[in-house]
Design a protein around this ligand. Structure first.
Ligand SMILES: [Zn+2]
Length: 130
C-alpha cells in the first residue's frame, strides 16, 4: 500500500486546524505506523511516548509524486533535484490519535524544472479499478 497523502481535503483540513484533536484520519495513523519517525518528546494530549512525525512533500515540480512522505535523507537528495517544493511536518500520536501540523518550509535549489513524466503506477492498472 502506498501512503501518499493525495487526499488533499485531509491535508487542507489539517493545515487550517480543522481536524479535531484525537480524530486522526485512519490513513494518517497508518502512515505514522509505517513511515513515521518517533519524536523524543511525549504527546501533549495523552503524555505517552507515542508521537510520530511525518514529512509530506508537495510541489508542482514533483508532478504525480507530490504528496509523498519522505525521510530526511530523501529530502536532502530532493533538495538537489528539484527547484522548489514544500515540506509539511505533521505529528501524529499513535496512542490517542492526536495530530497536528507543526511546520512547513520550502526546499529546493531554486532552479525551475518541469515535473517528471508521468509514470504508470498500480492505480493505472485496470484490475485495481474494478
Ligand atoms: Zn497522545
Amino acid at each position: 500500500m502506498d501512503y501518499t497523502l493525495d487526499k488533499r481535503a485531509t491535508l487542507t483540513a489539517l493545515f487550517r486546524g480543522k481536524v479535531d484533536a484525537c480524530d486522526a484520519d485512519p490513513y494518517l495513523l497508518l502512515a505514522a505506523k509505517f513511515h513515521g519517525v518517533k519524536v523524543a518528546r511525549p504527546c501533549p494530549v495523552c503524555e505517552k511516548n507515542a508521537l510520530y512525525e511525518l514529512k509530506y512533500t508537495f510541489g508542482d515540480q514533483l508532478g504525480q509524486f507530490s504528496g509523498r512522505i519522505k525521510s530526511i535523507e530523501e529530502l536532502a537528495q530532493m533538495e538537489k533535484e528539484f527547484g522548489e517544493f514544500r515540506v509539511y511536518i505533521v505529528e501524529v500520536c499513535r496512542e490517542c490519535s492526536w495530530n497536528h501540523l507543526c511546520a512547513s518550509f520550502l526546499l529546493g535549489d531554486g532552479e525551475v524544472r518541469k515535473p517528471p513524466r508521468r509514470q504508470r503506477t498500480l492505480e493505472d492498472e485496470d484490475w485495481v479499478k474494478r
